[in-house]
Ligand binder design. Structure first.
Ligand SMILES: *[C@@H]1O[C@H](CO)[C@@H](O)[C@H](O)[C@H]1NC(C)=O
Ligand SMILES: *[C@@H]1O[C@H](CO)[C@@H](O)[C@H](O)[C@H]1NC(C)=O
Ligand SMILES: *[C@@H]1O[C@H](CO)[C@@H](O)[C@H](O)[C@H]1NC(C)=O
Ligand SMILES: *[C@@H]1O[C@H](CO)[C@@H](O)[C@H](O)[C@H]1NC(C)=O
Ligand SMILES: *[C@@H]1O[C@H](CO)[C@@H](O)[C@H](O)[C@H]1NC(C)=O
Length: 392
């Protein structure tokens, strides 16, 4: 315990020092400004660079349908983009909402962090309305049957926190209804909504069969997925849940997401900016643990992707595109390019092919061109395995 406290003290002091160096040194010229920033940028080359998505996007969400990629992002009425390649070119094909959201929370014309899923012939887009630093938030949902042109129908709020219908029911009394993600139990077919940030971090609620509302709204069977009990401020949000080979993975972003460099200095100490964590469980409802066996509700989480090369900064707002027998899973996210800028509107889409080591996902440097040759690699490996078997 004591040594832990000491370590924390040293870390805090160290961080303060970096802060003083990085932030206190007022930029006299572009050069010294950059060298001051290099103190807060992670320069590791242990992580691969992103494959460029070639699209400006914050909290991107990608759906693969009919051999095309569709990307949804926070923005005016939730813009939708389409491409044949994850690296673009992307063309905007419309928006989810054709008017302001029918939910009266935050800026009704500019939802955040959409997550779209396809089920039984219908697309469901879960979107967030909120204001930075406020728990008065809502997750709404809109549906359509076709992505190209057919209008969406806005069904309004699925859950609310802070104010409004249902916000007086636990856990909505303590949590923040932002950043929806979605998962279906492989065995039961039951679907769940994951959501949350800061206030009590990330939670999971069973959805009703219509996927437009939650089950038992007066007594939802909620479970907590992540929590940082020892931290006064609890920067975990933007959850995603994926399934791979017998495990459910809870992904989330930890650290400062936005508003870098706005005030003088204005950068958190190194490592406190957004980065991507994961934990896993055999059960969709958890409990989720990280690689060290630490529970995600006890501050656990294995870092999968973070700032690197002094170039990629604060990656987060992620999703995972599920592969199949011949295509790999892909992790996509937004990040800031330190040679471009730090405004929230500078964030762009990046992505990496995932591989699994002992059931733990790792990012690879596999590029766009080679994804399509993976099947032949698999084929060759299988063939080699076959000959080795015969041989021995
Ligand atoms: C609300 O969002 C729109 C973009 O959809 C933006 O133009 C407008 O300035 C925002 N309003 C406020 C009050 O922030
Ligand atoms: C799937 O959609 C069809 C047509 O809308 C509907 O009749 C059916 O009940 C739905 N099935 C499920 C499992 O929701
Ligand atoms: C795997 O996914 C790719 C891309 O969506 C698709 O073209 C291919 O048909 C799928 N293969 C199998 C075996 O499902
Ligand atoms: C960062 O931006 C520079 C300059 O536009 C560009 O050459 C480089 O490819 C970008 N890298 C990443 C990872 O975005
Ligand atoms: C996708 O785009 C990348 C980068 O432009 C390119 O290298 C790759 O060959 C493209 N893949 C396909 C299938 O067109």
């Amino acid at each position: 315990m004591l040594s832990n406290k000491l370590r924390t003290l040293v870390l805090v002091l160290g961080a303060a020092l970096v802060d003083i160096k990085g932030v206190g040194a007022a930029p006299a010229s572009q050069g010294s400004w950059k060298s001051a920033l290099s103190q807060v940028f992670e320069t590791t080359d242990r992580l691969p660079l992103p494959n460029l998505g070639n699209l400006v996007a914050h909290d991107p969400n990608i759906v693969q349908h009919d051999d095309h990629y569709y990307l949804f992002k926070g923005g005016h009425h939730v813009p939708i983009f389409k491409a044949d390649n994850l690296s673009g070119p992307w063309a905007q094909i419309g928006t989810v909402l054709d008017d302001n959201s029918i939910i009266d929370v935050g800026n009704r014309s500019r939802p955040w962090a959409p997550t779209t899923i396809f089920k039984n012939g219908t697309f469901y887009c879960y979107y967030t309305l909120s204001t930075h630093g406020s728990r008065n938030s809502a997750i709404g949902v809109a549906t359509t049957t076709k992505l190209d042109g057919t209008p969406w129908k806005d069904h309004g709020a699925v859950i609310r926190t802070g104010e409004g219908k249902g916000s007086d029911v636990f856990p909505f009394t303590q949590t923040n209804a932002i950043d929806a993600s979605f998962i279906t139990d492989q065995e039961t077919g039951k679907s769940y909504l994951n959501y949350g940030s800061f206030w009590h971090n990330i939670w999971q609620i069973p959805l009703a069969d219509d996927l437009l509302s939650i089950e038992e709204p007066q007594h939802p069977d909620a479970v907590q997925l992540t929590f940082m009990p020892d931290q006064k401020v609890k920067p975990e949000e933007g959850s995603w849940m994926s399934y791979h080979d017998g495990y459910y993975y809870t992904w989330f972003s930890r650290g400062q997401c936005c508003k870098f460099g706005e005030k003088e200095g204005g950068f958190p100490s190194r490592g406190q900016e957004y980065n991507i964590h994961v934990g896993r469980s055999r059960n969709v409802r958890g409990p989720f643990v990280d690689k060290d066996g630490d529970s995600l509700v006890d501050g656990g989480g294995t870092a999968v992707y973070a700032s690197n090369h002094g170039l990629v900064y604060a990656p987060g707002g992620l999703g995972v595109l599920a592969g199949n027998d011949s295509t790999p899973d892909i992790l996509y996210y937004h990040y800031l390019n330190t040679s471009i800028g730090f405004k929230d509107g500078d964030a762009r889409l990046g992505w990496n092919v995932l591989k699994y080591e002992d059931g733990w996902p790792e990012v690879t440097s596999v590029s766009a061109g080679s994804i399509f040759s993976l099947p032949s690699w698999l084929y060759l490996t299988t063939l080699m395995g076959f000959w080795l078997c015969i041989w021995s």
